[in-house]
Design a protein around this ligand. Structure first.
Ligand SMILES: Cc1ncc(C[n+]2csc(CCOP(=O)(O)OP(=O)(O)O)c2C)c(N)n1
Ligand SMILES: [Mg+2]
Length: 371
């Protein structure tokens, strides 16, 4: 006997196209105030990003990973998160942090290399930035399962890229989430690049969303530059998670407009024409077009929003740069609550060297001489 025992489908959702044309039937209920909030947070995210890039170029920040082009993925989803929820970001989610009430100066502090910037205030309910690709996904699912055991109301939402879907951590997390119906929403920002690896070389799957099917739950692909679509898909996924109906994978199809980080030069591996094509699909300008049509936008409003965002960011930079620097030996203080004996020894040695004026260059010379 031979028969088809199952067929699968993957939904794609777009509500607002690149010309700002809206499918009113699909559009969720959104007040003008909420649409304005979407626009204002997307502008704030972009202003943060532009400022961070400039500061890095001036040597005032360390390596920085830009958000440019991914604002709708972050603000559309971030606006659905409630206080009792918990968020596990990767490393581009500055917009989500700001939306959750993270003091902006702490983000600058972190990107300038000061770990104390990631001592996240309790009410923000977010995990620290995770640079290790996909490593936070099992933690996210574990937390969602803990919510389940403790009969807590919250859900967990986690962000990662297309590259992360090739990691074992992603598959283990998805498997646990599906098996235990954990209240978690996986937001994959498919920006089509993992440094220099295009998504076509990442996987043979037609969509990333369909990976959820193998783990027994729904995956949906949305236009990630359409803030309404991201908002609607996240609202529905969170509702499902909160009512015990399990996880969802949302693939937000978007584009990384910037280099991978400030240490990268994307011109070496991708065509300018591709970047130009995606610039026309900019998430902010399409929302602006829609708002103009709906008469909830004016030049005056645009200027005010920008000026307010720039002020907010400038104040945060000033605050971040006025925080007294920590001593070099304090870098050991942020991994464990109590230092392990070998780290304690290293810290003491470092402190001794610093106190006696031994410089890192001198130590390197010593090593060379021994060789
Ligand atoms: C486990 C691990 N392997 C490799 C790296 C180096 N690395 C940093 S970001 C990145 C690409 C990530 O691509 P993606 O998941 O698509 O996220 P995006 O950078 O596009 O937001 C890689 C390979 C890392 N940080 N962690
Ligand atoms: Mg990517």
């Amino acid at each position: 006997m031979e028969k088809i025992i199952n067929k699968f489908q993957v939904k794609y959702l777009q509500i607002l196209d690149e010309n700002g044309k809206c499918d009113e039937k699909l559009k969720p209920k959104l007040t003008s105030a909420l649409i304005k909030q979407m626009y204002e947070y997307m502008i704030l995210t972009r202003v943060f990003d532009e400022k961070a890039l400039k500061l890095q170029r001036q040597g005032r920040l360390g390596t920085y990973a830009q958000t440019l082009g991914q604002e709708a993925c972050q603000i559309g989803s971030g606006l659905c998160i409630k206080n009792e929820d918990f968020v596990f970001p990767a490393f581009r989610e500055n917009g989500v942090y700001m939306l959750r009430g993270m003091p902006i100066e702490m983000l600058f502090e972190f990107w300038a290399g000061d770990e104390r910037g990631m001592q996240i205030p309790k009410n923000v309910n977010m995990f620290p930035i995770t640079i290790t690709v996909g490593a936070h996904l099992p933690h996210a699912v574990g937390t969602a399962m803990a919510f389940q055991y403790q009969k807590k109301r919250g859900a967990v939402i986690t962000y990662f890229g297309d590259g992360a879907t090739s990691e074992g951590d992603f598959h283990e997390a998805m498997n646990f989430a599906g098996t235990f119906k954990a209240p978690v929403v996986f937001i994959c920002q498919n920006n089509q690049w993992a440094i220099s690896v295009p998504v076509e070389e990442q996987t043979a799957s037609e969509t990333l969303a369909q990976k959820a099917i193998a783990y027994g739950f729904e995956g949906i692909k949305v236009d990630g530059n359409d803030v309404f679509a991201v908002y609607k898909a996240t609202q529905e996924a969170l509702k499902k998670a909160r009512s015990g109906k399990g996880p969802t994978l949302i693939e937000c199809f978007t584009y990384r407009m910037a280099d991978h980080t400030t240490s990268d030069d994307a011109k070496k591996y991708r065509k300018e024409s591709e970047v130009k094509k995606w610039a026309k699909r900019d998430p902010i300008s399409r929302l602006k077009k829609y708002m103009i049509k709906k008469k909830i936008f004016s030049e005056k409003y645009e200027k005010e929003v920008l000026a307010r965002a720039e002020k907010q960011i400038d104040v945060a930079v000033e605050k971040a740069e006025s925080i007294p620097r920590y001593k070099p030996e304090e870098i050991f203080n942020y991994m464990y609550e109590t230092l392990t004996p070998d780290l304690k020894e290293q810290q003491e040695k470092m402190k001794e060297d610093l106190d006696s004026g031994v410089k890192e260059e001198d130590k390197a010379e010593e090593v060379k001489e021994v060789k």
